[in-house]
Design a binder for this molecule. Structure first.
Ligand code: IPM
Ligand code: MG
Length: 371
């Protein structure tokens, strides 16, 4: 059925294909039981796009993504692409989407489901009830800033270099998103950089402080060095509410935060652009934080829950379907409560299932929640 919600699906490589297929079952369920319909287009990205089009992101694919209300992304990468030229590597497809769509704000919530407390490598009392948000700047810093490259030196050896660079404007716009998020949560924003070592960090702290003074009423702002933040995340993660940080630190700290929740297979993310004042819409892409996991791909072993939770973020942030998002999240919790587990979150006394079994557990929970 046609709708005014245009969603582009990019499964990508490895387990991206399987978890996206599972996600489509969820989408079908919502169409059937909640009359929630999407106009769906689908294309390849990453290695699969290289195989089909000779590039990790074809121009037509990008154009379609730009014209969509939201992009639902799987994962990219695989060992068969390791020897490709840098610009042709699968990851370049993902990075080009982020950059071209100007998705500067990457929301990576880390929540511990009560059923998974035991799956964390940390003590239950450290992680139970954890609910933090890592806000990662996604289109600047060392991932994109120039100059960057590999060049030959006079003696025939080489130098490889990247630049970490942030402008006032880039820091302000991510800082604003951080304050908005903190306002809707517990009112605490922790800004994370390395201003003890890096000039970009000095400016980051200065701009965050000024922004908070000007617009941060009702919010407390703290500052922390990134190395200390990594340590605090495993020491006492519940001290945080929202963490705002740059592209590279956000990459590292969000993997660390993901493990607090038991598995990378549980962590969703939303990448958002600026709101268009004319339409009120913002470009958006939703993707699980886990990668393409080539070692388990195609074996019905992947945990689809991070993909489902990314989809629920899409319902919430792009389509204002909070009730349906709550329903999906509740069903994920119930599926875990039923004792079904994929291998990555397996625990004693639980029943190990595959991607299909986990998906069925969520669909069954949806059925029972709406009966
Ligand atoms: C992530 C991933 C990506 C990144 C890779 C796949 C390019 O690790 O989204 O965290 O480094 O940003
Ligand atoms: Mg990463």
């Amino acid at each position: 059925m046609s709708s005014n919600r245009k969603v582009m699906i990019l499964p990508g490589d490895g387990i991206g294909k399987e978890v996206m297929a599972a996600n489509l079952q969820l989408i079908d369920w919502l169409a059937k039981h909640k009359s929630l319909n999407f106009d769906i287009s689908e294309d390849e990205v990453g290695g699969a796009a290289y195989d089909k089009y000779g590039t990790p992101l074809a121009d037509e694919t990008l154009a379609d993504a730009m014209a969509s209300d939201a992009v639902l992304f799987g994962a990219v990468g695989g060992p068969q692409y390791d020897d490709l030229a840098f610009e042709l590597k699968p990851e370049r497809g993902l990075l080009a989407l982020r950059k071209e769509m100007e998705l500067f704000a990457n929301l990576r919530p880390a929540m511990v489901f009560p059923e998974l407390v035991e799956a964390s490598t940390l003590k239950p009392e450290v992680v139970s009830g954890l609910d933090i948000m890592i806000l990662r700047e996604l289109t600047g810093g060392s991932y994109f800033a120039e100059p960057r490259g590999i060049e030959e030196l006079a003696d025939g050896t080489k130098k490889g270099f990247d630049t970490n660079l942030y402008t006032t404007g880039e820091i302000e716009r991510i800082g604003r998103v951080g304050m908005d998020l903190a306002r809707k949560r517990n009112g605490h924003l922790m800004s994370v950089e390395k201003s003890n070592v890096m000039h970009s960090g000095v400016l980051w702290r200065e701009v965050m402080t000024a922004l908070h003074a000007a617009e941060g009423e009702g919010i407390t702002l703290g500052h922390m060095y990134a190395d200390n933040c990594a340590m605090q995340l495993v020491r006492n993660p519940k001290q945080f509410d929202v963490i705002v940080t740059d592209n590279l630190f956000g990459d590292l700290l969000s993997d660390c935060a993901a493990m607090l929740t038991g598995s990378l297979g549980m962590l969703p993310s939303a990448s958002l652009g600026a709101t268009d004042p004319a339409t009120g819409m913002r470009k958006a892409m939703y993707e699980p934080v886990h990668g393409s996991a080539p070692d388990i791909a195609g074996q019905n072993l992947a945990n689809p829950l991070a993909q489902f939770l990314s989809f629920s973020m899409m319902l919430r942030y792009s389509f204002d379907q909070g009730a349906e998002a709550d329903l999906v999240e509740k069903a994920v919790g119930m599926a875990l409560g039923s004792g079904k587990r994929t291998g990555d979150i397996m625990a004693p006394g639980c029943e190990q299932v595959g991607t299909d079994g986990m998906t069925k557990a969520v669909l069954d929970a949806l059925d029972s929640l709406t009966r």
